[in-house]
Design a binder for this molecule. Structure first.
Ligand code: 5HU
Ligand code: ZN
Length: 154
């Protein structure tokens, strides 16, 4: 989970940084990902807005951003995600749940579930799909509140 949080640090989303880490049953890190625009699609040329003044959805980030869970699965340096565990800083949306299921991930461990807003149905659908597909889902029980990382020698 700490790797997922570290990965989230790389997200350029000013509003929400999400990180994910795919881990084998034996605990080997297979792939990490965070929410961002696809390769080659400039962070400076696409909108990071949640809402657009004109109401045009194309002026928001949503049509363009790749979710952290998808990046972690696509970035995996392993033959497949089948049977592996996905640690993610935020409970996955239904689109991610579909990809998690289809890639064969066996367990999702999440840190927080987004506060329910007008997208609540998205998370109901996620829970429904993950449960029907037999993917284990659990909320992470942190051992500590933070992991200080010192870069320079004292
Ligand atoms: O499953 C997810 N994975 C994921 O990476 N995200 C990212 C995509 C957007 O950059 C951002 C959206 O969050 P918000 O709408 O709170 O700004 O979070 C969002 C979801 C669904 O909540
Ligand atoms: Zn998602």
């Amino acid at each position: 989970m700490a790797i997922a949080f570290l990965s989230a640090e790389r997200s350029k989303d000013p509003n929400r940084q999400v990180g994910a880490c795919l881990v084998s049953q034996e605990g080997i890190i297979l792939g990490i990902g965070y929410n961002g625009f696809p390769r080659g699609c400039s962070d400076d040329k696409l909108p990071w807005a949640k809402k657009s003044a004109s109401g045009d959805p194309l002026e928001t980030k949503f049509p363009y951003v790749v979710h952290a869970e998808v990046n972690a699965i696509l970035n995996t340096n392993h033959a497949s995600a089948a049977g592996q565990k996905l640690y993610v800083t935020m409970f996955p949306c239904n689109e991610c749940a579909k990809i998690i299921i289809q890639s064969g991930v066996s367990e999702v461990i999440y840190f927080v579930e987004k506060k329910i807003d007008n997208s609540a149905h998205v998370y109901v659908a996620s829970h429904k799909l993950l449960s029907m597909a037999g993917v284990k889902v659990r909320k992470h029980q942190p051992q500590m509140a933070q992991i200080p990382i010192k870069f320079q020698e004292p």
